[in-house]
Design a protein around this ligand. Structure first.
Ligand code: 13P
Ligand code: SF4
Length: 333
């Protein structure tokens, strides 16, 4: 989207966003990786699972989604009657890019006896080709509900998949996708930082490669990381995930110190998600004003993708157990 910044001169963005939120009966949802000002103006900030649940449950007419495109598409899949706007439609995700639907369909077809357990960081088309979606906070629980003899394809994140294989001992066929942001942490720099802060635990997102996770005291979703930090009795933590989460940590725990884990250059700025960073207050204001850019999904595709998301929501909340899980669904049915 191109925008003339001059055209917004004199607009008090906070006031105008508030006014439009009421006028449109809109809810603003934000991920923890968003700029601080977007987190602060949101009605709700959460991890991918929390945000999916909120999008499903809200009675607002409009969802303004401050996150990346697959998150806003998830909101639309679950709440098709609502208008869902994304401040910048170019806010993609490297994991989504690493799993083109045609290649994923061919991979599934080559392994017909496997079900596809798929990370939510993927396109709507890949969701439609999957059996069960997981997020980083629901993956372990959902995996435990799948009969042990059932063969599983896990995509697109090979780091999250590898972490689950190591943690649960469950063998899975991994799709080779990665998150460019979490791949950028440096083990050498992290070890230096640990040596300088020997009593600070390392908290890490499972999208980090194993060499980083091996140094972590806690591995979990963004919400899990916040909860661990809250419960931790000490005063300093090293955070190996996208550094904007530190804003929320500092707000919730003003007495503690959070050090972003470094990239190869020794600072953590290379770990800012370039896709999340595309959303700004200006673009959120324009999205609420114009109700554009809007997420639209063809109905047949939406219904196919919804099945795998519904399976996740039911299994994550405990309403579906192992006995209710049907056989592997045929690709895209
Ligand atoms: P969470 O579900 O942990 O918030 O992760 C989302 C994400 O995109 C991490 O890169
Ligand atoms: Fe995608 Fe990585 Fe950005 Fe998360 S941090 S949205 S996985 S590119």
């Amino acid at each position: 989207m191109t925008m003339n910044p001059g055209s917004l001169k004199g607009v008090d963005l906070r006031v105008e966003i508030d006014r439009l939120r009421k006028e449109r009966n809109a809810v603003i949802l934000a991920h923890y990786y968003q700029r601080p000002e977007l987190q602060d103006i949101a009605d709700f900030v959460g991890d991918s699972l929390d945000l999916s649940r909120k999008a499903q449950a809200t009675d607002a007419d409009v969802i303004a989604f401050c996150g990346v495109r697959f998150m806003a598409q998830t909101a639309k899949i679950l709440s098709p009657q609502k208008i869902v706007v994304l401040p910048d439609m170019d806010a993609g995700c490297s994991l989504e890019d690493s799993c083109p639907p045609e290649q994923f369909a061919a991979f599934r077809a080559a392994h017909p006896d496997h079900i596809a357990l798929t990370y939510i960081n993927c396109s709507t088309e890949v969701k439609a080709l999957s059996d069960i979606i997981v997020t980083s906070s629901s993956a372990e629980k959902i995996l435990s509900l799948i009969p042990p003899e059932q063969k599983i394809i896990f995509g697109p994140d090979r780091n999250l998949g590898g972490y689950l294989v190591r943690k649960t001992g469950r063998d899975m066929l991994l799709w080779p996708g990665v998150c460019i942001v979490h791949e950028a942490f440096s083990e050498t720099e992290l070890m230096k930082l640990k040596a300088q802060n020997p009593s600070a635990p390392v908290v890490a997102h499972p999208e980090c490669p194993a060499v980083i996770l091996d140094h972590a005291d806690y591995v979990g979703s963004t919400r899990g990381i916040l909860e661990y930090a809250n419960a931790f009795g000490g005063d300093t933590l090293i955070v190996a995930t996208e550094p904007h989460i530190i804003h929320q940590m500092e707000k919730a725990m003003p007495g503690k110190r959070f050090i972003g884990a470094p990239g190869a250059d020794g600072n953590c700025n290379c770990n800012i998600c370039p896709y999340m960073a595309l959303n700004t207050m200006e673009k959120l204001y324009v999205a609420l004003r114009d109700l554009e850019p809007r997420i639209e999904i063809e109905e047949g595709l939406r219904l196919s993708a919804k099945k795998s998301l519904d399976a996740m929501l039911a299994m994550a909340s405990g309403t579906v157990g192992q006995g209710n899980l049907g056989p592997a669904r045929v690709t895209g049915d």
